[in-house]
Design a protein around this ligand. Structure first.
Ligand SMILES: [Zn+2]
Length: 149
């Protein structure tokens, strides 16, 4: 283990024990890109249809090979809610926190919270910029800022 600045490992929301293994997880391409502050998402290698993060077979062509590509760090709020459930020891937030369903220009939909603590949710249809949280040393996409259109 190398010594790392502890501030970089402390997420505002979750306990570092919940961090994924960035190299072994099926989302390893996403985590590797996130380390560079890029967002990589899977497309069907055969027909370029955007795939769900864990999707193994393309809905359109039946292709089974994902092609992870970086996409624009910008999206639109499709839905948003405040999470009130508390899980002491795992969730560090002491107040309800936002969960946002973001529709990206690439056609993907991602659920994420905010990069910084927030006690409200962005407006549906609002434009958001995607940034990153750090959980146990792993970079994870999160809403960075709201943008006015
Ligand atoms: Zn396809």
């Amino acid at each position: 283990m190398t010594t790392v600045d502890k501030r970089l490992l402390e997420d505002w929301l979750l306990d570092p024990a919940l961090a994924p293994d960035a190299e072994l997880d099926v989302l390893a391409p996403l985590y590797r890109a996130a380390e560079r502050h890029e967002l990589a998402l899977p497309f069907c290698a055969a027909c370029e249809n955007p795939l769900e993060l864990d999707q193994e077979v393309c809905d359109y062509c039946g292709g089974t090979e994902p092609d992870w590509r970086t996409v624009e760090l910008r999206g639109t709020v499709h839905a948003a809610t405040l999470m009130h459930r508390r899980e002491p020891g795992l969730v560090h937030a002491q107040a309800p926190y936002p969960i946002v369903d973001v529709e990206l220009a690439s056609g993907h939909r991602l659920l994420m919270t905010s990069a910084q603590p927030a006690d409200g949710v962005p407006a549906i249809g609002g434009t958001v910029r995607i940034g990153f949280r750090r959980l146990g040393g792993v970079a994870i996409p999160a809403i960075d800022t709201l943008e006015d259109e």
